[in-house]
Design a protein around this ligand. Structure first.
Ligand SMILES: [Zn+2]
Ligand SMILES: [Zn+2]
Length: 182
């Protein structure tokens, strides 16, 4: 399912390109301060470029963009902004013929992207979907983050907490004492 939310900076009018022959091209750059991916994830400082190439049924978009994502370290929950690269190629299909305005047949493709009736390509939805694929699964504030103590919740990057002793195995200690006395 495509998410429908409009970002004017990510919409491009391809009416002129649609009047050209197959293979005709246009290049654009874009930027967006914040693009929400879902309720909890936001792409920040999205900057990229797109090349549209006229195809038989619409335009092919080659997108290259970079961004940062607001998220948190999975171990210590500190806010982090890892970089995200979004690179994809996908086709946007015309719903109406550009010169006559006649409705065009639906493309034989699962969940295709469409060019609007006014010949606008909205890259926002595609960037969201490809962006979600690129999300870091296990973001860390640093490679050796020590995380939070599961017992008291202290940030172990700031030093050991008072409950470190409690994690040793008492049964083993008792056995060790028994052996030591022999
Ligand atoms: Zn961390
Ligand atoms: Zn602790």
């Amino acid at each position: 399912m495509h998410i429908n939310k409009h970002n004017p900076d990510l919409r491009f009018n391809v009416a002129q390109l649609l009047r050209e022959e197959i293979g005709g091209r246009r290049n654009y750059t874009f930027s967006e301060a914040a693009l929400p991916l879902d309720e909890t994830t936001v792409l920040r400082d999205l900057v990229g470029s797109v090349r549209f190439t006229r195809t038989a049924s619409g335009v092919l978009a080659d997108v290259q963009a970079h961004s940062k994502v607001d998220t948190q370290c999975i171990r210590c929950l500190t806010a982090v902004q890892p970089p995200v690269q979004i690179v994809f190629r996908d086709e946007f299909h015309s719903v109406v013929e550009v010169t006559t305005g006649y409705a065009l047949p639906k493309p034989d493709e699962d969940d295709p992207y469409f060019i609007s009736e006014s010949h606008l390509v909205d890259l926002g939805g595609a960037i969201r979907e490809y962006g979600l694929i690129e999300m870091p699964m296990r973001p860390l504030c640093r490679e050796d983050c020590k995380g939070l103590c599961p017992n008291c919740g202290a940030d172990l990057n700031e030093g050991p907490c008072d409950c470190v002793e409690d994690t040793s195995d008492n049964r083993f200690d008792a056995l060790k004492k028994l052996l030591d006395t022999k």
